[in-house]
Design a binder for this molecule. Structure first.
Ligand SMILES: Cc1cc2nc3c(=O)[nH]c(=O)nc-3n(C[C@H](O)[C@H](O)[C@H](O)COP(=O)(O)OP(=O)(O)OC[C@H]3O[C@@H](n4cnc5c(N)ncnc54)[C@H](O)[C@@H]3O)c2cc1C
Length: 390
């Protein structure tokens, strides 16, 4: 097809734009019984051999997300760590510890690499979904009868429902004219992987510090992955360090809890913001994942919220069997299903981030006291855990 030729070439029930973890999981969940296409602007992940080197982007995957992925046949992941305990330290003597045993479970969450999980999802999509990648969308149109996306090469993909899974800077959201409120935290999440001198014991460690929040997540082979959420200037300084100097800075910031750290690959940084789409639906359009909401990573919940969107949308369309998937009433139901959980999680993470950013001594004492009191309040702590690690 020549560029610029505007011919309807393909009709789908669902067209998903963005093949990251959330978009790929929506595609796989909807692939039974519906004609689904997945459009991704980047080169598709290499599928013949799954990536062997470690990805710097590691996510804590909640038990609920694991169950969702297991239902899609892509969990357990070929290489995942587990968080058996979580040890959280305040900035002035406060501490709280969460142990999976308190929930009668073996783990609070699993840790997995973004790239590996994405490749696993794409592998599972082969033959089930029309994969269009790399391809760049250029125009979006939707009306009561159908929606369409025009590609840069002139192809027009028509669909009953289009799903925006194209991340925090969603092109599709913008094309649909849906406003997105974004408050920058003025911070970056610096991520990197390290080998530890002492066993990490499957414990995730987190420190609320004057310069931000530092988390160490356990990986297999006694590795850890860090997320250091710190202001833009400090993040730039950390990234400018040599790998060895960064490793010793990270080890020192964590009180050398695991002895010396040895760097593994290159560190990277991602800007952090609280973002919310004015609506997660439009005409024949549903937003999922970071296209719909972004959140501070201190509780490691961003992609879990996205999997929650994917699961809700897939369940809704499954129940609606035979009905038009772009039906406005169905989409309204999707909006209602996701409103509470997303708002609650965003508010909790935003509140914690702001509470620990307050510099005055009284706030400092109160928040550390709060951590200690919660740690001792068995039922309250268990209720919190049941919600946070579901
Ligand atoms: C430092 C940091 C640490 C984090 N840690 C955690 C954690 O521990 N646990 C957790 O749950 N979450 C975590 N998150 C959040 C998590 O990274 C995101 O919520 C998640 O990656 C969002 O996935 P997504 O598929 O919605 O979007 P993305 O991963 O952004 O994927 C979007 C996809 O769309 C494609 N795309 C973009 N534009 C277009 C276009 N125009 N056309 C076609 N394709 C397009 C992109 O190439 C990409 O493949 C963290 C975030 C940060 C910044």
């Amino acid at each position: 097809m020549q560029p610029g030729v505007n011919t309807v070439q393909d009709d789908f029930d669902i067209l998903i734009v963005g093949g990251g973890l959330v978009g790929a999981s929506v595609a796989l969940a909807l692939a039974k019984g519906l004609r689904v296409a997945l459009l991704e602007r980047a080169e598709p992940p290499a599928l013949a051999v799954l990536p062997q080197d470690w990805d710097a982007r590691i996510f804590a995957i909640s038990p609920g997300s694991q169950a969702f992925l297991a239902g899609l046949g892509v969990w357990p992941s070929p290489r995942a760590g587990r968080i058996r305990e979580m040890d959280v330290r305040g900035d002035a003597g406060g501490a709280i510890r969460f142990d999976a045993l308190e929930l009668g479970s073996e783990q609070l969450a699993a840790t997995v690499e973004n790239r590996l999980l994405q490749a696993t999802l794409w592998r599972a999509l082969q033959g089930k979904v029309e994969l269009i990648a790399p391809a760049l969308p250029q125009a979006f149109h939707a009306d009561e009868r159908s929606a369409s996306v025009t590609l840069a090469d002139g192809r027009v993909l028509r669909s009953k429902l289009v799903v925006a899974a194209d991340g925090a800077n969603s092109w599709l959201r913008e094309q649909a004219g849906i406003a997105f409120s974004r408050q920058s935290y003025g911070q970056q999440g610096v991520v990197g992987n390290f080998r530890c001198a002492r066993p990490h014991g499957d414990i995730a460690r987190q420190w609320f510090r004057d310069d931000g929040v530092l988390a160490w997540l356990p990986l297999p082979d006694n590795l850890i992955s860090i997320v250091w959420a710190t202001d833009d200037a400090s993040a730039a300084q950390l990234l400018a360090l040599s790998p060895a100097a960064l490793a010793s800075r990270v080890a020192a910031a964590g009180g050398r809890a695991l002895g010396d750290l040895q760097p593994l690959g290159k560190a990277a940084a991602f800007p952090l913001s609280l973002g919310r789409a004015a609506s997660i639906i439009g005409t024949r359009l549903a937003l999922v994942g970071d296209a719909a909401h972004t959140i501070h990573p201190l509780a490691g919940q961003g992609v879990n919220l996205g999997f929650g969107d994917a699961k809700a949308l897939a369940a809704l369309l499954d129940q609606a069997c035979g009905r038009d998937p772009g039906d406005a009433m169905l989409l309204q139901r999707y909006r209602r299903m996701r409103a509470e959980e997303v708002l609650l999680m965003q508010s909790v993470c935003d509140g914690l981030q702001k509470l620990f950013a307050l510099a005055d001594p009284l706030s400092g004492r109160l928040r550390n006291l709060g951590l200690n009191l919660t740690n001792q309040a068995g039922p309250l702590k268990r209720a919190m855990m049941r919600h946070a690690f579901k």
